[in-house]
Design a protein around this ligand. Structure first.
Ligand code: PLP
Length: 387
């Protein structure tokens, strides 16, 4: 038996409509969107446009031309940070951030461009709004936080952080890599100026997809200049969105699959996806809590917002358990720091990290039963000792 419990890294399986859409594009109309006027190019351009429209609807963007396609969330955050931050800006972020936020910001700090404050979180990964408020300086230009954690099942109160930033005239960036496609996000209501997302996780698209949603009053400088299929007579890059931030041939294969992923989510309905996740996560947490050798991290049963469960044990390091689960039982998980070393420091699980289970929309109770039974067997028989 094979059980995939690493949906926080990337979701699998994808809906068959995603696979079919990709195959259809490659087999039947693989043109380059926005470049030529022939039938295939026009059809590809329409798919890209419709995907932009679907994303604009999902995030309640000001308009679909403010949805920019990138190759993933990391690429999106880099474009956003490096295109908007100027010398002397102060940026505040948190200990729960992924390296896709910490590393570009540390780079800008090391280059002497920005001043960076990384605020503490409590043991449950939450940000204290009073600590955030007390970190504001006259030159604070941007606050950047995750929406959902990739270590434990929490989501931050982005609407409260957004309102606070708005009241101080500070830009707010949200890293929605773990929540786009799972939780409702409204950039207008939540006062999010820049939202970055990835397409291959909860949006159920293929890898190589992601993007930025930029509010209408925000301008991001172009990092990459080149062909855009527009204003070809000009030797300089267009200054209108989305072309301004999308140089080069887009990932039409991926965007086609992403469109099918979003359509699948819309068809199922957000609530059904959330309900399934809560049932499976609570069911899993119940059975894990019976294993005394395990310490469970995160909010716990009934309170986990995202389907992410982290465990540790005093008996064995997380990577040993992950290895036996994979090699002997075919159960795929993730162990270690998960590109979030500061988050693990905040949770007290640094440097070994945790063993993470992340079910997805297609995970069944049978998968969970098999995983819990395998875990119990591994621990009872000390199978981790020989791995
Ligand atoms: C919270 C968070 N932000 C950003 C990323 C980066 O996403 P990607 O690898 O698609 O760029 C991840 C990936 O795991 C993540 O969990």
């Amino acid at each position: 038996m094979q059980v995939y419990l690493d949906n926080t890294a990337t979701s699998w399986p994808k809906p068959h409509t995603v696979v079919d859409a990709i195959s259809d594009y490659l087999s039947n109309y693989g043109g380059s969107p926005g470049r030529s006027g022939h039938a295939f190019a026009l059809k590809a351009a329409r798919i890209v446009f419709e995907t932009r429209e679907l994303l604009a609807e999902y995030f309640n963007a000001d308009s679909s031309d403010r949805v920019i396609f990138t190759s993933n969330a990391t690429n999106a955050s880099n474009i956003a940070f490096k295109g908007i931050l100027k010398k002397g800006d102060h940026v505040i972020t948190s200990h729960m951030e992924h390296n896709s936020t910490i590393r570009p910001l540390r780079h800008l700090e090391q280059q002497g461009i920005i001043e960076l404050t990384i605020i503490d979180c409590d043991q449950n990964g939450n940000i204290d709004l009073d600590i955030l408020k007390s970190s504001f300086k006259p030159n604070t230009r941007l606050v950047s936080t995750i929406h959902g954690s990739n270590i434990i099942g929490i989501a931050l109160p982005i609407e409260k952080i957004g309102a606070l930033c708005k009241s101080k005239n500070i830009l707010y960036h949200v890293d929605a890599a773990q929540t786009a496609g799972f939780l409702p996000i409204d950039v207008q209501k939540d006062n999010i100026d820049i939202l970055t997302f990835t397409g291959h996780k909860k949006l159920l698209g293929p890898s190589g997809t992601g993007g930025i949603v930029i509010r209408k009053n925000i301008d991001i400088d172009t990092l990459i200049h080149g062909g855009s299929g527009s204003k070809s007579e000009s030797e300089t890059h267009p200054d209108f969105y989305p072309d301004k931030l999308e140089a080069g041939t887009p990932n039409t294969v991926g965007i086609t699959g992403l469109k099918a992923g979003i359509e699948f989510i819309f068809k199922q309905g957000q609530q059904k996806i959330i309900n399934h996740s809560q049932q499976i996560t609570d069911y899993f947490l119940d059975s894990l809590s019976e294993i005394q050798e395990l310490n469970l991290h995160g909010p716990g049963k009934g309170k986990n917002i995202l389907p992410v469960i982290s465990v540790t044990s005093d008996l064995f390091p997380p990577d040993k358990l992950a290895s036996v689960l994979d090699k002997k039982y075919g159960i795929m998980t993730r162990s270690g720091l998960m590109c979030s070393p500061l988050g693990h420091k905040a949770l007290g699980t640094f440097p070994k990290g945790t063993l993470r289970f992340s079910p997805g929309f297609f995970t069944t109770k049978k998968d969970i039963d098999y995983t819990s039974e395998s875990l119990k067997r591994i621990i009872t028989n000390k199978e981790y000792e020989n791995s």
